[in-house]
Design a protein around this ligand. Structure first.
Ligand code: SAH
Ligand code: MG
Length: 213
């Protein structure tokens, strides 16, 4: 990440005073067990966006322990809707179920254990908001399958799209394929979609359902 951005993100995070005990508990758990949950400033933005559009039917690819899922699930519940969320790892899936229960969201969340690449194809409903946050090498697939399920005024939110800043600075060679794929993905989104790229967290991509090009 560019130093100035890192400083800005750190400054924002230092200003956020979280008081929700379940959210704080999940943040501490994630830190201790190395679970890559959304960073705090991204979590705040996610909540802001979902709340301000009154999104009801939400899809998430990459549940982990249910941190972002709890944030979005609460809004969906308040709007009389639901969150569908997909996780490939069974241990994390179980942890997420526990957290959703603690949050009182068990009736508003459809948690699916499986591979997002397969599971999204099986869904035959429309979503107002789709949050893509699973394996970075599969972003194009997650995107194309979920775009078909996006409602008319819906938004797709893609986390970590500039992958730790590796898309524009030196990076360990083992990430070469992911970096190439994400670069191609960004070019594809600019060329074919109503897309905006934001230097938030380690890069957020937003796509609207209206194709303008
Ligand atoms: N959205 C969560 C963090 C997700 S971390 C939050 O911010 O709270 C990414 C998660 O995606 C990991 O738990 C990982 O196990 C899961 N994952 C990786 N590849 C996947 C796939 N193909 N399908 C579904 N989940 C996947
Ligand atoms: Mg993420």
């Amino acid at each position: 990440m560019l130093d100035e951005l890192k400083d800005a993100n750190e400054y924002i995070v230092s200003k956020i005073k979280e008081t929700d005990t379940l959210i704080l508990e999940m943040e501490a758990f994630a830190l201790e067990h190395n679970v890559p949950i959304v960073t705090k400033e991204v979590a705040e933005y996610l909540k802001f966006l979902v709340e301000s559009h009154n999104f009801k039917n939400i899809l998430e690819i990459g549940t982990a322990i249910g941190y972002s899922g709890t944030i979005m699930g609460r809004v969906a519940k308040a709007n009389g809707g639901k969150l569908t969320t997909i996780e490939i790892d069974e241990i994390r899936y179980q942890q997420a179920l526990e957290n959703f229960k603690k949050a009182g969201l068990e009736n508003n969340i459809n948690a699916i254990l499986g591979d997002g690449v397969e599971e999204v194809k099986k869904l035959d409903e429309k979503f107002d908001f789709i949050f893509i946050d699973a394996s970075k090498g599969h972003y194009m697939e997650f995107f194309n399958d979920s775009f078909e399920r996006l409602s008319d005024n819906g938004i797709i939110f893609i986390d970590n799209i500039m992958f730790r800043g590796y898309l524009y600075k030196e990076y360990p060679k083992r990430f070469k394929t992911i970096v190439r794929r994400l670069n191609e993905f960004i070019d594809y989104l600019y060329a074919h979609h109503n897309f905006v790229l934001l230097p938030f967290g380690d890069g957020i991509g937003l796509v609207r359902n209206k194709i303008t090009k």
